[in-house]
Design a protein around this ligand. Structure first.
Ligand code: 5GP
Length: 200
């Protein structure tokens, strides 16, 4: 069977619980690597440089883009975000599934560049739940919350472009569904042509 890891685009609006789903998934499933994005956004309380994000100045970010060091990049709510290319091929070759937690513009760029990727969109149970989660987080101003809610609606409209959707109502169910999707994707005949040819 194919030993190359999957490239997984994982998107969803702010407050859908992407981080929580991924954290739990990685506890349960070894062999998953999470890409650490670069951003020009300021760190939130509790965030660590190099772990949560590579926090960069705009000039440094632009330099990496100009030198073709980003697999994709996009602007979201006034800040730049991008995926450093370097570790991804290596992890996949080692057999690890690599997850890119990115917004929808970046997701579309990855789909175009790497059509073999798997794309998964995580939804909140409702917009009301999403708004409550954003408020409870308490890290953003009212203006930023309104901006993120507007962005969330625009993002949710793009969910149909993804291969799969997951509703994050109950965390364990969402995580089990995601693990199941990744397992099924690895069994796709098109990913295992070499295995079939070798058998013959
Ligand atoms: P936050 O500021 O809440 O950490 O992230 C805002 C949005 O940017 C989220 O939807 C997150 O998934 C997305 N994001 C994080 N890293 C990247 C990246 O490398 N590329 C793109 N296109 N979006 C990203």
């Amino acid at each position: 069977m194919s030993e190359k890891g999957l490239l997984v685009v994982f998107s969803g609006p702010s407050g859908a619980g992407k981080d929580t789903v991924l954290k739990r998934l990685m506890e349960k499933e070894p062999g998953i690597r999470l890409s650490v994005s670069a951003t020009t956004r300021a760190p939130r309380e509790g965030e660590t440089d190099g772990k949560d994000y590579h926090f960069l100045t705009r000039a440094h970010f632009d330099e990496l883009v100009a030198n073709d060091k980003m697999l994709e990049h996009a602007e979201y709510c006034g800040n730049c975000y991008g995926t450093p290319s370097e570790p991804i091929e290596k992890w996949q070759a080692e057999g690890c599934d690599v997850i890119l937690e990115i917004e929808v513009q970046g997701g579309a760029q990855i789909k175009a560049k790497r059509p073999d990727c798997v794309s998964i969109f995580v939804l909140p149970p409702s917009l009301e739940v999403l708004e409550n989660r954003l408020r409870r987080r308490g890290t953003e101003s009212e203006e930023a919350i309104q901006k993120r809610l507007g962005a969330a609606k625009a993002e949710i409209a793009k969910a149909v472009l993804y291969d799969y959707i997951i509703v994050n109502d109950d965390l364990e169910t969402a995580v089990d569904e995601m693990a199941g999707l990744l397992r099924a994707e690895k069994r796709r005949a098109s990913r295992n042509q070499e295995f079939i040819e070798r058998m013959l």
